[in-house]
Ligand binder design. Structure first.
Ligand code: GLN
Length: 209
């Protein structure tokens, strides 16, 4: 059984724990570096990246997390988690740091501060065929965006999994993968469609073999 931690300093931890548990993973919250030692992979949830960054540093987790990421631990970051995994941030707070690992620039609150949250059905070919698709619309994935970032620049080797398909943000990149790192601008843990989590658990299993 794969052991997946959910970074539990701030954000919507519980929803990710439930989604991963329903897929048969052994899941626990990670607040200390010795808890990080016990997991094969990590989810960084949505929340507020400036707060998460401060707490990660206050809990002496920044260096251990950077080391595990550099050593190839699979990590999935959602929304603020995507920001934490980015090498560069546009519209960062002046003192804001990230863990890094993904050769991308993300823009915080990219959809505009007035657009607090919205939903959009996305086509995500990489997850379309997975088994946890809900009845009804397996060809699309209901993506929930909450003060979300988008990916503005992508380095070599970063694969685009999904882009916005309608409205003024059409073409903006909102889901990516590079090696063992996965990131989405949106929150798949709130919808009951667990295909992003299923895709991640498959990445974790593949990395362990
Ligand atoms: N806007 C938040 C940030 O900059 C992210 C929002 C979210 O995770 N839902 O961290």
């Amino acid at each position: 059984m794969v052991r997946i931690g959910v970074l539990a300093v701030q954000g919507d931890v519980r929803e990710h724990v439930q989604a991963l548990s329903s897929l048969g993973a052994q899941v626990c919250g990670v607040r200390r570096s010795r808890e990080l030692d016990d997991v094969d992979a990590l989810v960084i949830p949505g929340g507020e990246s400036t707060t998460m960054d401060k707490l990660v540093r206050a809990f002496d987790l920044q260096e251990p997390l950077r080391k595990r990421i550099a050593d190839g631990m699979p990590v999935y970051g959602s929304c603020a988690g995507m920001i934490m995994l980015a090498d560069r941030i546009a519209d960062a707070r002046p003192d804001q740091e990230t863990l890094g690992g993904l050769d991308i620039t993300v823009r915080r609150n990219a959809f505009g501060r007035q657009v607090d949250s919205f939903e959009e059905d996305l086509h995500i070919p990489a997850i379309a065929e997975l088994t946890t698709a809900p009845d009804g619309h397996p060809e699309t994935f209901k993506a929930v965006f909450i003060r979300a970032p988008w990916v503005e620049e992508l380095g070599e080797g970063v694969e685009v999994l999904a882009t916005v398909e309608a409205g003024p943000a059409t073409g903006r990149v909102v889901a990516i993968r590079a090696g063992n790192l996965l990131a989405t601008s949106f929150h798949p843990e709130v919808t009951g469609d667990h295909r992003i989590h299923e895709y991640f658990t498959q990445m974790v299993r593949a990395a362990l073999h």
